[in-house]
Write a protein that binds this ligand. Structure first.
Ligand code: CP
Ligand code: NVA
Length: 330
């Protein structure tokens, strides 16, 4: 059956079939090639998209904006201080109003239920630009990048190291199980993904000939890996006080040259970014002062190595978000 995503919201990849996800990846690859060739087709001319950001962003916001501009759409950006949403006006009423003005709504915030509520009441596609639970637009870029590097997805061994129950750990486990990659969460037991999501992903994985493994052993978790992926140890919205315990729990899960040597020879390193691989940020400087760490989830050496594909991955955020908009709104 042909894929038709018109009018669909993207709240979590759990709602999408493998075929639909592959359709988005293929479209993103085509749109990337067109942009490289200087071919511009304003398929979203006359459309308007509102970007609601209750957390900060570089990639996701800019990807949505550039994707809209390239396709001839207009955007409005609202941060958490510049609308009535949730403070003087309910989410339901806000969704109904924005749905009258706009052809699509992007939301980045905390509770997954907010983006679900917006989608329920807006009457137009809603795109989850990251919540505490999921980061689905990132998944299209990540899987697209892996396919670019290996020429396939099915059968690859994917290892995620770090906080495996955050939005990235959850989303990558879902994406791998849908697309046939063997997913390993390599993390302390306290930071394993929630049991119900693991059970759901194991069921999906069994339908797509792949596996889900949880281990707290770094050697086991990274042996034979084709992709080593990590994320920051403390996510947006978490209190500063958790840094100390997170550093204690996660230091041995740092992606360093030993980890990369233990993985497959042609393994790649991935990270959604931003990353604390040096002390060139105010947060990292503060951590260095408090805990004496100069690098956190990944060493500078690995981050800057030939195996690292993080900036290709970042670029693909824009092409893949463009694909999501074109598929659902054009
Ligand atoms: N990866 C990602 O979502 O980056 P931003 O927080 O900069 O949007
Ligand atoms: N887990 C990170 C992802 C950032 C893209 C966070 O939520 O801050």
């Amino acid at each position: 059956m042909p894929v038709n995503l018109k009018g669909r919201s993207l709240l979590t990849l759990l709602d999408f079939t493998p075929l639909e996800i592959k359709y988005l990846i293929d479209l993103a690859r085509d749109l990337k090639a067109k942009k490289r060739a200087g071919i511009c087709e304003p398929t979203l001319k006359g459309k308007n998209v509102v970007l609601l950001f209750e957390k900060t962003s570089t990639r996701t916001r800019c990807a949505f904006e550039v994707a809209c501009f390239d396709e001839g759409a207009h955007v409005t950006f609202l941060d958490s201080n510049s609308s009535q949403m949730g403070k003087k006006e309910s989410l339901e009423d806000t969704a109904k109003v924005l749905g009258r003005f706009y052809d699509g709504i992007e939301y980045r915030g905390f509770d997954q239920r907010v983006v679900e509520l917006l989608a329920k009441h807006a009457g137009v596609p809603v795109f989850n630009g990251l919540t505490d639970d999921f980061h689905p637009t990132q998944m299209i870029a990540d899987m697209m990048t892996i396919e670019e590097k290996f020429g396939k997805l099915k059968g690859l061994n994917f290892t995620y190291m770090g906080d495996a129950r955050n939005n990235m750990g959850n989303s990558l486990m879902v994406a791998c199980s849908k697309l046939g990659l063997n997913f390993t969460a390599c993390a302390p037991k306290e930071l394993f993904p929630k049991e119900d999501l693991v059970a759901q992903c194991k069921q999906i994985a069994s339908e797509n000939d792949c596996t889900i493994t949880l281990t707290d052993d770094v050697k086991t978790g990274t042996t034979n890996a084709d992709i080593i992926y990590t994320d920051i140890w403390v996510s947006m919205g978490e209190p500063e006080e958790v840094w100390e315990s997170r550093i204690k729990m996660l230091s041995k899960y740092q992606v360093n040259s030993d980890v990369m040597k233990n993985a497959n020879k042609d393994a790649i390193f991935m990270h959604c970014l931003p990353s604390f691989h040096d002390t060139n940020t105010t947060v990292a400087k503060d951590i260095e002062k408090k805990f004496g760490l100069k690098e956190m989830e990944v060493t500078d050496e690995v981050f800057l190595s030939r195996q690292s594909v993080v900036f290709d991955e970042a670029e693909n955020r824009m092409h893949s978000i463009k694909a999501i908009l074109v598929a659902t709104m054009s």
